[in-house]
Design a protein around this ligand. Structure first.
Ligand code: ZN
Length: 139
């Protein structure tokens, strides 16, 4: 069974920057030539996540606010005391969201809802250039 690994890069502003990467995943799928199977979208790094939302400014704002309530940026973190890089909240947020999202596809189309997009969330406390991988398994 064919397995293809594709990669794309995304420049982010950090600080829970939420970016729609659905079209980039679709492009990777199309380039792979595989028609039906499973795609895993994965970001490299311990301060970013991959998830799915309805990518609309209200939901994006609501998600950012919820993340701020769950893992606030203005409280002490042990990581910052040890390393001093100030991104303890970024690591915790990334762990809670998870670094990958798995989506089936059939006849070349991702199995997603009409109002469902795949998003990269960058939680770091500075701009980053992220490497996102799409591993496509199918036939
Ligand atoms: Zn760190």
């Amino acid at each position: 069974m064919p397995v293809v690994l594709k990669e794309f890069r995304v420049s982010t502003r950090g600080f829970t920057d939420i970016i729609d990467v659905t079209d980039k995943v679709r492009a990777a799928l199309s380039e792979s030539g595989i028609k039906s199977g499973l795609a895993t979208v994965c970001v490299a790094g311990s301060t970013a996540g991959i998830s799915t939302i309805e990518y609309e400014s209200g939901v994006v704002r609501d998600l950012k606010d919820a993340i701020e309530r769950i893992a606030p940026s203005n409280i002490p973190y042990n990581h910052d005391m040890r390393w001093g890089d100030g991104n303890g909240f970024s690591h915790v947020r990334a762990a809670l969201v998870g670094s990958s999202f798995c989506v089936p596809f059939d006849s070349g189309h991702l199995v997603l809802g009409t109002w469902q997009q795949i998003v990269l969330l960058d939680f770091d406390n500075r701009p980053r250039d992220r490497r996102v991988f799409v591993q496509i398994v199918g036939e």
